[in-house]
Design a protein around this ligand. Sequence first.
Ligand SMILES: [Zn+2]
Length: 291
Amino acid sequence: MKLVLAAAGLLLVPVVLVAAAVGAGAGGSEATGPGAGGAPGLVVAATRAGFTGQGLRLAVAVGLAESGGNPAVRSPNPPTPGCPQGSTDRGAWQLNNCYHPEVADACADQLACAAEATYRISAAGSDWRAWATYTSGAYQAKLGAADQALATLAAPTADGQIPAGYGTPGPCGLSPATDYAKHLVTELFGTADIGGCAPFSGHVENSDHYPVNGQAHAIDVMVATNTALGWQVAQWAAANAAALHVKYVIFQGQIIDFRAPAPGWHACRDPASSCARNHFNHVHISFTANA
Ligand SMILES: [Zn+2]
């Protein structure tokens, strides 16, 4: 009896356990690595999950406060009365595996799936009380970053207008749409390691990396082994294909071709092709010839 009481008392003392027991989030470590994802990935995933308006703003700010937008963050919690085995906060929105066992690890660790679970748990973005960084107010420090990412991601408007000043001159430059997308990738995803125009070697025949009238129409966004970043870039480019004048996107043996009647991601058709074999450390984005 005495032992039980003592144990129970120990378990209830730390404030952080109470916060964790509320549910989804106990506050994650901030992701600081270059190109870890951050706000752009959260915006893309949350938008696709259905968040809009203030709910979208909060989804991004809470995700930033919980994990820095890093889908790989895991935060263990010690045992609590409700979760005597301890628990783990998982992924970008730090979804707790004890309070939300219906969310599989693989889902919590994947931005798109985690965003859908967060949409459900937060009642479509209207109730964030399950997240410790919301109830503590920590999310408020992230609203500025959320607003900035939302504004920048909305920059390529549906009319496909490319702001003045983009495009680099020949003989091996970039077309305006290609140069603008390169600029956005750097600004949104924090990487400047992006290939563009290449001399007539090293790529497949008729590669969009080769200049036509002095300007190329493709970029290679180098991500090394950061496939989460690669998919964020790839899915962002695909989601904004019309505004960005994207022709097709290739990553990890998958392609989405906007010249098709109903574009969708699918495996490269020829397993021996460059499409299937050469796009694991970079995202290839091709742009239409007239932009
Ligand atoms: Zn390429």
